[in-house]
Design a protein around this ligand. Sequence first.
Ligand SMILES: [Mg+2]
Length: 258
Amino acid sequence: MRHEIAGLKSFLIDIDGVLYVGDKPIEGARECIETFGERGYRYRFVSNTTGRCRGSIAEKLRGLGFEIPEEYILTPPIADLGQVRQKRCFLLTGGDVYRDFEIGGATIADYDVDYVVIGDAGEKFTFERLNRAFRLVMDGAEIIALEKDRYWMGSDGLMLSAGPFVAALEYATGKDAEVVGKPSKKFFELAFRELGTAPDETAMIGDDIFTDIGGAKRRGMMGILVRTGKYREDAVKNSEINPDLVIDSISHIFEIKI
Ligand SMILES: [Mg+2]
């Protein structure tokens, strides 16, 4: 193992699939976060969830019993705000995520845009919206992918994430998207700035072998995979990414000596 667990000072914690699945909190997750605080670990939540603005994520968590300050939650729109301020953006996103962009000073528009921004739009990924996005990119807009995850775990099974739709637009236009969520450098650098700790003192806890664990390892962090949420043994085996640890759920973290 590359990292000594004993040297850990901080945690980056994924939200969906780690703290809850659908509308069900993971057993013991709340107590685990409280213990992080009591033991003096620094922590932030890093989510690729792009179907809700940051305020709504905090509200949902509160409803599930997690008292987490909004500022502790880092999402791709938050990481991207510097870039889109005073720019015109076509948003292919769902829920109320547009609020993060409004607050951040972007102009949301359907034509003459600088950026086509794609997040997890769910049922709003209609042919009409995707085709509009395609035309805007062909007219010169850049593609910003808030995330490029393959799938996530919904309450009734696996769900397509933004990644497959980003790939479709890239394929059609021949242009690469800039990914701003996990596993991008920009996103993790924002998290390290917020934590005030170095990558080798930090562990990422997540359920996505590619974006959470692959991203963490590439940035020099320890990667702890949980067997909750979208975890699939075959995906891990085929990924060629080796988590430093695999635990049944976040609540098992204190069973290892840290
Ligand atoms: Mg997750």
